[in-house]
Design a protein around this ligand. Structure first.
Ligand SMILES: Nc1ncnc2c1ncn2[C@@H]1O[C@H](COP(=O)(O)OP(=O)(O)OP(=O)(O)O)[C@@H](O)[C@H]1O
Length: 651
């Protein structure tokens, strides 16, 4: 016990005093604890989601094993092939020594009779030699087929899991991503699926082989001495229960290590993705400290896991050794009473050793299975998530005018359920009009846009499009009617052409070029050596803010939506870029319903209606046209005059 405690202390001490200890750990620790708490919360949320899914599906295969069976059953023909070839190869290896023995017996006999029966010895040798050759060839063919099929099985199941997890994530609630580290999530999916694939392959290769060998040897044992076999079998449950309990404990340790690992990978991904910010804030050392700290925690957990895994394996060996001893002891008594010959006892012990080797292989495979089980549980947690906004349900009206109404809408973000952002919020945007939302930062302007996009559902009240609640509409259809131009448009790291095609996959090159002309983007694209095939870098890093904005407008033109949301679309641009972008926007806005979320009041003067939001959640302070609001000399007038005089930042 003392040795184990000392080893545990060592595993805690070692990573903390490695390289990471030289770094500013104090600050890193605080942020890390927060991140870890967040990761645990996300993991708990996933666990809860899993339990919910399991409860819902209870009886229809919600638990892990039935879900795994379903996963494997989808590839049943490959699986049957894999099992058949593995069992076949094991049977061949059980048989090979028997036929080899026959051959040796013939050779032994021939040594005695060679002088008299030369020809018949050669004849007698032929039959076992042919059998042995057939077994070798069969073994070769089975090995070839098995290896091929196992690879196919692993790749097909892995591919299915990747696709299902990605499909779930692409449709899942944004609230989930608000509280989950995306880098960690992607990494976790990759490593977890890889771990499951590799264990599955080992299970159906070594596992099946060892299991078949064990069964074959068990049969040999029973035929040698049923009494001794009973002794052997009766000692097994004691060892098994203890080892199973230990296995459960190991799973918990493994999961904890994986959580730290996912956190560390997420931190690395986040730092790499935000490299410019890291550099400009001189945050390299802090990020490194944070990363090393997370890695050190992961290493401590992994070391603890390794320690207990060692103990687990040691216990397994001791348990098996003890079983052998018990058998030898009882066998000795049988021999002394004359109930068993010494030769049979020797054969029994040899067979027991073969069983031990096979069980040993199964034991170490079980260790890996423990890891793979938690890995696949985490992947299935993700696959089992069900979004609050159903993906394909509801009506798809034939025409859309674009009349939007918010009626008594209450909303708070799921991650901050106790902080209402909108309460009893009302807004009417008639079809074809431009409504601007203005007000101080943080009053919920962007939230209104997010709700209209149905990124979240309101907690109270309703949002209507052309007189139909959004919850009655097919969400994909609804989003097709909306073009969203954010302040910092997201571009993918592919060519300009492919980025624009995201707006309308079927768009021709001519249509793309026309949209870019309307968006004042064609000239700058044509000036690039690769033109429309220019790759824009991650998140469009190789383009300026104004260029990205104009591409985003061209994308919206291609989409041709009835409703437009402009979320501070020109606020971060210089005067020349703003002129180009504003020109493009004016063309795009014509004849559509537009919701403008404005920072700069100068950009909303021409709106049909301006809605001023106040600090009380969802409270509309006043609304009207620019002239009406200026004449009222209220909140808008105050904001406008302060902003024009440069006394206050524009809201
Ligand atoms: N994903 C989120 N999860 C939790 N809270 C959020 C989230 N997004 C915004 N909030 C909170 O909701 C409130 C309203 O935010 P919102 O972005 O809608 O304000 P805004 O008026 O658009 O602000 P700004 O003009 O600065 O963009 C803020 O208190 C903000 O902290």
């Amino acid at each position: 016990m003392g040795a184990v405690a000392a080893a545990v202390a060592l595993t805690r001490w070692w990573p903390a005093h490695s390289e990471a200890a030289c770094l500013p750990r104090a600050e890193a620790s605080v942020r890390l604890q927060i991140l870890y708490a967040q990761a645990r919360r996300a993991s708990r949320a996933l666990g809860e989601a899993r339990r919910r899914v399991q409860d819902e599906a209870r009886g229809a295969g919600g638990a892990l094993v039935p879900r795994l069976v379903r996963l494997v059953a989808a590839e049943w023909w490959v699986f049957v092939g894999v099992v058949a070839t593995a069992v076949g190869a094991a049977v061949v290896s059980l048989w090979t020594p028997v036929v080899t023995g026959d051959l040796i017996n013939v050779i032994a006999r021939s040594v005695r009779l060679v002088a008299a029966m030369d020809a018949s010895v050669a004849e007698a040798l032929r039959s076992p030699a042919r059998k042995l050759l057939a077994l070798f060839v069969a073994n070769g063919l089975l090995t070839f087929a098995h290896t091929t099929l196992v690879t196919i099985l692993g790749e097909r199941i892995g591919g299915r899991l990747h696709a299902e997890a990605m499909d779930t994530l692409l449709w899942h609630d944004l609230a989930f991503f608000d509280s989950t580290q995306s880098g960690g999530l992607a990494a976790r999916l990759n490593t977890d699926i890889a771990e499951f694939q590799s264990t599955l392959k080992k299970l159906v290769t070594q596992g099946l082989k060892s299991a078949t060998l064990t069964a074959g040897v068990a049969w040999q044992l029973v035929s040698l001495s049923p009494q001794l076999t009973l002794t052997l079998v009766s000692t097994m449950p004691v060892a098994y229960v203890g080892l199973a309990l230990y296995g459960r404990f190991l799973r918990v340790l493994r999961r904890e290590a994986r959580e730290w690992e996912a956190l560390a990978t997420g931190l690395a991904a986040e730092a790499i993705a935000n490299m410019r910010t890291v550099r400009s804030l001189n945050a390299e050392a802090a990020e490194l400290a944070l990363y090393c700290e997370a890695r050190a925690e992961q290493a401590a957990c992994s070391n603890r896991f390794g320690l207990h895994m060692g103990a687990f394996r040691g216990l397994t060996n001791t348990a098996i050794g003890t079983m052998v001893l018990v058998v030898l002891y009882n066998g000795g008594r049988l021999v002394s009473r004359g109930d068993m010959s010494p030769g049979d006892l020797m054969a029994f012990m040899i067979a027991t050793q073969s069983a031990q080797r096979a069980l040993d292989a199964l034991g170490s495979l079980m260790g890996q299975t423990v890891r793979a089980r938690s890995a696949i549980a985490r992947v299935l947690d993700i696959v089992g998530l069900s979004p609050a906004v159903p993906r394909a349900a509801g009506v798809q009206p034939a025409t859309v005018l674009g009349h939007v109404r918010f009626m008594d809408v209450d909303f708070s973000y799921p991650s901050r359920a106790d902080a209402p952002v909108l309460s009893h919020f009302n807004l009417d945007v008639p079809a074809g009009t431009v409504v601007a939302l203005v007000g101080p930062s943080g009053v919920g302007k962007s939230t209104v846009a997010a709700l209209l996009e149905r990124f979240y559902d309101p907690t109270g009240g309703e949002i209507w499009l052309d007189g139909l609640p959004l919850t009655h509409l097919d969400v994909s259809w609804q989003r097709r009617q909306i073009g969203y131009i954010p302040q910092d448009p997201a571009l993918f790291s592919t060519s300009i052409r492919e980025n624009l095609r995201l707006g309308r996959p079927a768009a021709t090159d001519e249509e793309i070029a026309e949209a870019c002309r309307l968006a004042n983007a064609h000239d700058f694209i044509a000036a690039f050596p690769a033109g429309y095939d220019t790759v824009v870098g991650e998140r469009g890093a190789l383009l300026s803010g104004g260029q990205k904005q104009r591409l985003s407008i061209a994308r919206a033109i291609l989409r041709d939506p009835r409703i437009l949301i402009l979320d501070e679309a020109t606020s971060s641009l210089d005067a020349e870029s703003e002129r180009l972008v504003q020109g493009a926007l004016d063309r795009l806005m014509r004849g559509r319903t537009v919701l403008v979320i404005a920072h700069r009041l100068s950009t909303v003067r021409n709106a049909d209606r301006i809605v001023v939001m106040g600090a009380v959640p969802g409270h509309i302070v006043e609304h009207g046209t620019h002239d009406e609001l200026m004449a009222k000399r209220g909140a808008y007038h105050r904001l406008y005059t302060q902003a024009s005089a440069g006394k206050a930042p524009l809201p």
